[in-house]
Design a binder for this molecule. Structure first.
Ligand code: NAP
Length: 335
């Protein structure tokens, strides 16, 4: 078990996005609910969703994923930590009267879809330059006092943003991209979070499947709702150029009788005590495989050799993520 400030969670959580959005065709609801229950039975107590996760992110499908997660976990609600996220459009606070009113309106809608009275971890999905961050932090503090949320977080942010928010209402977690091939947050964000008891929840910890070794030239990204079409790191030339990283992981996988994906997760668990990755998969077997990484332990010696070897291999291409809403496409992939 790990701590995200006051929240206690399993060492690895479950990213539920793929049941609604992002990785091509979605499974039928019964399969998705069964997958979440299997993860729970396996020991997973941390589930990640967002109001935005619905097919193609069309507004009419908003909450598709929250409904699935809510249904799957309804009867074990008290035993799990549910995280969801909101976006705030520039015009909303003026329409609602305040940032607090906007955040609360989004939260109440999420609660209804999740079928619960509280959210454990409520993230701002992206900082919007048009909405004062301090007002969002203040609103989150009020919602904690009201018992509607237990903690709050920010997603895809740098230390200056984290520090401004933390000064108003202490954060439970930061959810940023982090994996063996996206290590930008090791420089400042993770040390800051360690020093301030903030959890770090890496999204895309398997680099959208690349680190599993199962993304190849023949993998089909053609579906309209597949984010991998836009991931520079998954262009064929970068898949080929990053092959030495897979070879390295593969050697450890063989030695530890684990899979590549498990080694990539075990590496970050060993590296930082405040990191709780949330791998995503639509496949029930792979979900349990990924959670099983919490049983793959590296010795200090193995970890240090792996980490040093990773440091020595250049990474080709980046994952490509917008830091703040209102930022330009040219900002993609910047730290
Ligand atoms: N805050 C944000 O802005 C943000 C952004 C993106 C994601 N997220 C959250 O983070 C979660 C995880 O992100 P992600 O889904 O991009 O993570 P990921 O696990 O790095 O990538 C998911 C992809 O990898 C494949 N995969 C996963 N485990 C595998 C395994 N063991 N073997 C082979 N392939 C495997 C999946 O394919 P299959 O489905 O076919 O197994 C899927 O295509 C999401 O579910 C979502 O909750 C947050």
């Amino acid at each position: 078990m790990r701590k995200l400030r006051d929240l206690t969670v399993s060492d690895i959580g479950m990213g539920c996005m793929g049941f609604s959005h992002g990785y091509g065709d979605i499974p039928d609801e019964a399969y998705s609910i069964e997958a979440i229950r299997k993860a729970y039975d396996f020991g997973c107590t941390f589930y990640d969703t967002a109001e935005a996760y619905g097919p193609n992110l069309f507004p009419e499908f908003r909450g598709h994923n929250e409904r699935i997660v809510g249904k799957a976990l309804k009867d074990v609600r008290k035993d799990v930590v549910l995280a969801t996220k909101l976006h705030i459009a520039a015009e909303e606070p003026a329409q609602d009267g305040s940032v607090y009113a906007t955040v609360k309106r989004h939260l109440l809608a999420s609660l209804e879809r999740l079928g619960t009275d509280w959210v454990d971890l409520y993230y701002l999905h992206r900082v919007n330059l048009a909405v004062p961050l301090e007002d969002v932090a203040g609103a989150m503090g009020r919602l904690i006092d009201e018992g509607l949320i237990r903690g709050w977080g920010l997603s895809q942010v740098d230390v200056d943003i984290i520090d401004r928010a933390q000064a108003i209402t202490p954060l439970s977690a930061i959810q940023n991209i982090y994996s063996m091939v996206e290590r930008g947050i090791e420089a400042e964000v993770i040390p800051y979070c360690l020093a301030h008891s903030i959890g770090v929840v890496p999204f895309s910890p398997i680099a959208s499947g690349f680190l599993s070794g199962k993304v190849t030239a023949s993998t089909d990204f053609s579906h309209s709702d597949d984010v991998r079409k836009f991931v520079p790191q998954l262009r064929q030339e970068n898949i080929d150029a990053n092959r030495p990283i897979l070879d390295l992981i593969g050697r450890y996988a063989e030695k530890k009788q684990a899979t590549n994906a498990q080694i990539s997760l075990a590496w970050m668990l060993h590296k930082y005590p405040n990191v709780v990755p949330i791998p995503g998969s639509k496949n029930q077997g792979r979900i349990l495989e990924n959670l099983g990484a919490w049983s793959v332990s590296l010795t200090d010696e193995e970890f240090e050799a792996l980490d040093a070897a990773l440091d020595a291999i250049p990474v080709h291409g980046h994952r490509g993520f917008v830091q703040v809403e209102g930022a330009k496409m040219s900002d993609w992939g910047k730290k």
